[in-house]
Write a protein that binds this ligand. Structure first.
Ligand code: SF4
Ligand code: SF4
Length: 83
């Protein structure tokens, strides 16, 4: 049996940024570590009742996946566009 998580998606020129509200605990690490200042807080709350993040400036996203690597809860996924 597999578990399906809710996914919030933002589509940009380089790829798709995906956050699961079921996993994001609102630690803010991804906001700090994104080199392009793409990520910011949203008005939505996650599974722990804390604010969750979104790709507020998706146009700047390079699909580098640093945010995926730093998230301690595997709440982010980035799908890089094919060239
Ligand atoms: S993939 Fe890279 S540029 Fe895009 S939001 Fe994540 S850390 Fe920022
Ligand atoms: S690093 Fe992960 S858990 Fe922390 S705010 Fe970002 S998406 Fe949420």
């Amino acid at each position: 049996m597999s578990i399906t998580f809710t996914k919030n998606k933002w589509e940009g020129p380089k790829g798709v940024f995906i956050v699961s509200p079921d996993l994001c605990k609102g630690c803010g690490l991804c906001i700090e570590k994104c080199p392009s200042q793409v990520i910011d807080w949203t008005k939505e709350t996650g599974i722990y009742g804390t604010p969750i993040v979104g790709a507020k400036r998706i146009d700047r996203c390079t699909a580098c996946s640093i945010c995926v690597l730093v998230c301690p809860d595997a709440a982010i996924d980035v799908e890089k566009n094919k060239m």
